[in-house]
Design a protein around this ligand. Structure first.
Ligand code: F6P
Length: 319
């Protein structure tokens, strides 16, 4: 292996820069050149890249965002775009590609692999929606940001005897909501995976209010509904003041936690080593605390379920 390409794609996640650094430096340590395509698959299709060497990735480990920028490429969704991307890989004499991203990005990597390009992914998304991994890069930072925000909201909820609905990110996956709820002692969590009924929720809140429990925190994944709507519904149906807070993109930015820095470094290294060993069609990440290579097709098609023991724990302790 002499020369590889890498890119970051999809929603950015804290730790992507640490992964870029690990990929570039692992490659450098093996005497392999690395080039970084800009703006995800758009940069690959348009052949826009920068050379990455050990020095050009200095000082990025602790930074949020991605120095290569990221995008959700419409061009790459077309067969024509993907063929053009494969041609660019060939023209640049690249022996393989490292794709740093989540479900959509790794699906793109799989499709590129079908065109004969060796591809190894690095599991990176705040959503934690790739099957086969404990956690993906950016998830830990996002949950910690949500925890910090919910702790603050709890102060307000207590001072004013209010109900708060806090909406966190997670289009199809309630992992952020579940873990943030557990870590902040929230009363109720609503996720796309766990069925819930609004009438039952109203009855529960009503019973709690009657029992003099005056403030509540409901953590809701964006994929489970809209915090504003639920908040209006609660205010209209119960004698309580309810407010909504949508945390949004703050969860994606900022310096990565120690966990995400190390996860990004170990996964980035593993991806380059795997490419060099001839692997393709796999994504690097951790399972049971160890670095593994997960088959890409399975990672993107099987659903990463909420951890059942955490769901049970929440039921037990949020009473
Ligand atoms: O995939 C990460 C994520 O933050 C999701 O939780 C969210 O639904 C989506 O990205 C938002 O995407 P965009 O950055 O395109 O608005």
């Amino acid at each position: 292996m002499k020369r590889i390409g890498l890119l970051t794609s999809g929603g950015d996640a804290s730790g992507m820069n640490a992964a870029i650094r690990a990929v570039a430096r692992t490659a450098a340590s093996m005497g392999v050149e690395a080039v970084g395509f800009e703006r995800g698959y758009d940069g690959l299709v348009s052949n826009t890249w920068v050379e990455l060497n050990a020095r050009s990735v200095s000082g990025i480990l602790e930074l949020g965002g991605t120095m290569l920028k990221s995008a959700r490429s419409e061009l790459f969704r077309t067969e024509e775009g993907r063929k053009q991307a494969a041609l660019v890989v060939q023209q640049n004499r690249l022996d393989g590609m490292v794709i740093i991203g989540g479900n959509g990005s790794q699906t793109g990597g799989y499709l590129l692999g079908q065109l004969g390009v060796p591809v190894v992914g690095v599991a990176s998304t705040i959503d934690n929606d790739l099957y086969g991994f404990d956690y993906t890069i950016g998830f830990d930072t996002a949950v910690n940001i949500a925890i910090d925000a919910i702790d603050r909201i709890r102060d307000v909820a207590e001072s004013h005897d209010r109900v708060f609905v806090v909406e966190v990110m997670g289009r199809d996956n309630g992992s952020i909501a579940l873990e943030a709820a557990l870590a902040t002692g929230a009363d109720i969590v609503l996720t796309p995976e766990l069925p819930f009924s609004i009438p039952k929720l109203i009855t529960r809140l009503h019973d709690d209010v009657m029992a003099h429990k005056k403030h509540h925190i409901i953590v809701m994944a964006e994929g489970a509904g809209h915090a504003e709507e639920l908040s209006h519904y609660i205010s209209a149906n119960l004698p309580v003041e309810c407010r909504a807070t949508v945390l949004g993109y703050v969860q994606r930015g900022g310096s990565p936690t120690r966990f995400d820095r190390i996860l990004a470094s170990t996964s980035g290294e593993a991806a380059v080593v795997a490419l060099n060993e001839g692997h393709s069609g796999v994504v690097a990440g951790t399972r049971d605390g160890h670095i593994v290579l997960q088959e890409t097709l399975e990672a993107v098609t099987r659903r990463n379920l909420l951890k059942p023991e955490l769901v049970e724990l929440l039921k037990r302790v949020s009473i």
